[in-house]
Design a protein around this ligand. Structure first.
Ligand SMILES: Cc1cc2nc3c(=O)[nH]c(=O)nc-3n(C[C@H](O)[C@H](O)[C@H](O)COP(=O)(O)OP(=O)(O)OC[C@H]3O[C@@H](n4cnc5c(N)ncnc54)[C@H](O)[C@@H]3O)c2cc1C
Length: 399
């Protein structure tokens, strides 16, 4: 059963503690544009893509009408968002669909963000203008089949060869890989062991590159994740990112990614909660709306409380990051908390829908499974927890 309300507006913008009062008109206007995109372009069309595990090109292309590409970057037509705006975009997109948000997060945040932060002027001018328009799609290849949480220990190797480098190795889980035009590969130099970022342009047409989409995912089904094999892949020297000196540089990009993922988790949870609230007020059993029963209200209050805590944590994070005061442990705590709570909230929301929560028509089951991915990527929740532990105690318990 699909609720009548699903042909109307799905989301009201739950904001119990009035965080809205802190937003500027510009921030509110951006939020409204993303909300409209989610209501009009994502929600009506996303479920079949998710079910077929297909990438929704038509929805993705419509993102170009939003002033969001490149996040905080401001050169070459990028959006020049402030930190709160970046969070709001991730939050609102994720209320619609985790895969859409991940497509955006990988392309705009990880790939464009890396080039903006660690590329020189020539490299930025070469890639960013087309990426802003989604005429070129970006991907960020760090994780490998045998290297996940210990990302600094990548086994992919770069060998100096004449005027360029030759890459050998394998990558796994790489978002947008099979549709990418600008594929960033993180590798260590065979001789010096130095960490570096190498851009493979048009990987599908590059000799030695094999990309296979990963099938059978139970979450984020409509974003493509790839297994990549690199066999003697030549990369010209001008495609080595100019300002990568060590893994710490990559970690700066990952830190920003984690900030966005904390907002994403809040968005997924808020979306599921709002849908459950609407459903329970409309669905009647034993002669009255199920929202009128104490056990359902308990779940609604539990969800509303967790969502509110996530929102306030995210908002405070946006103030700290803008002042340069957000530590690695603070970002990790927000990701750790919000990803865990997104799992909890989406499961409670699903329970509220009974059998109807088992099908994706009502969207919550999709959000619930997307929350599983959020729990694991951008540093698993265990690793994020240990990063907080390291900051609190000064003792590293990760290795
Ligand atoms: C849908 C999806 C999209 C992704 N997109 C990208 C992408 O675009 N680019 C990219 O580079 N990567 C991407 N990733 C990879 C992601 O970042 C990794 O999955 C993640 O870092 C964990 O690595 P792993 O899967 O190899 O797990 P492992 O590192 O093998 O971890 C397995 C388990 O062991 C635990 N564990 C590991 N080490 C420790 C420790 N020291 N102490 C305690 N517990 C530990 C982990 O927390 C986890 O529970 C994506 C993953 C998914 C699922």
């Amino acid at each position: 059963m699909v609720l009548d309300s699903q042909v109307e507006k799905l989301y009201e913008g739950f904001d119990f503690y009035n965080i809205d009062m802190h937003l500027t008109d510009k921030q509110k206007s951006l939020r409204q544009q993303v909300r409209d995109f989610v209501e009009q372009d994502v929600m009506p069309d996303i479920n079949p893509y998710w079910e077929k595990a297909e990438f929704p090109w038509d929805i993705a292309k419509k993102m170009t009408k939003l002033p969001i590409m490149g996040g905080a970057l401001f050169e070459h037509g990028a959006a020049g968002l402030d930190f709160l705006e970046m969070g709001i975009v991730a939050y609102e997109l994720s209320k619609g669909d985790g895969s859409i948000n991940t497509f955006y997060g990988v392309h705009s945040g990880l790939a464009m963000g890396t080039i903006g932060l660690l590329g020189d002027d020539e490299q930025k001018a070469r890639w960013l203008p087309d990426m802003v328009k989604l005429e070129k799609i970006g991907a960020f290849g760090l994780t490998e089949p045998k290297v996940g949480s210990n990302a600094a220990q990548v086994k992919t190797r770069a060998r100096k060869d004449g005027d360029g480098y030759v890459l050998n190795g394998a990558k796994r889980w790489i978002g947008n890989a099979s549709i990418s035009d600008v594929l960033i590969i993180w590798a260590r130099d065979e001789e010096t062991n130095e960490f570096g970022g190498y851009v493979i342009e048009n990987p599908n047409e590059t000799e030695g590159v094999t990309i296979d989409d990963i099938w059978g995912k139970v979450g984020k089904r409509s974003v493509l994740n790839g297994d990549i094999v690199l066999e003697n892949v030549y990369v010209p020297k001008e495609n080595k990112l100019a300002y990568v000196k060590s893994f710490k540089d990559t970690a700066r990009v990952l830190g920003m990614g984690r900030y966005g993922v904390a907002w994403e988790a809040a968005g997924v949870a808020a979306g599921a909660f709002e849908l459950a609230l609407k459903y329970t007020k409309e669905r009647e059993q034993f002669g009255k709306p199920i929202a009128g029963y104490q056990l359902i209200q308990q779940k609604l209050v539990e969800m509303a409380t967790e969502v509110t805590l996530m929102q306030t944590l995210c908002y405070q994070m946006s103030l700290l990051i803008a002042q340069g005061q957000l530590s690695e442990g603070m970002v990790s705590m927000a990701k750790y908390n919000n990803a865990r709570k997104a799992r909890y909230v989406t499961q409670l929301a699903r329970e509220c829908l009974g059998g109807n929560g088992i099908v994706i028509d009502n969207h919550i089951a999709r959000l619930m499974l997307d929350a599983e991915v959020i729990y694991t990527y951008e540093g698993t929740n265990e690793i994020n927890m240990l990063l907080v532990g390291r900051e609190l105690t000064g003792i590293n318990a990760i290795v």
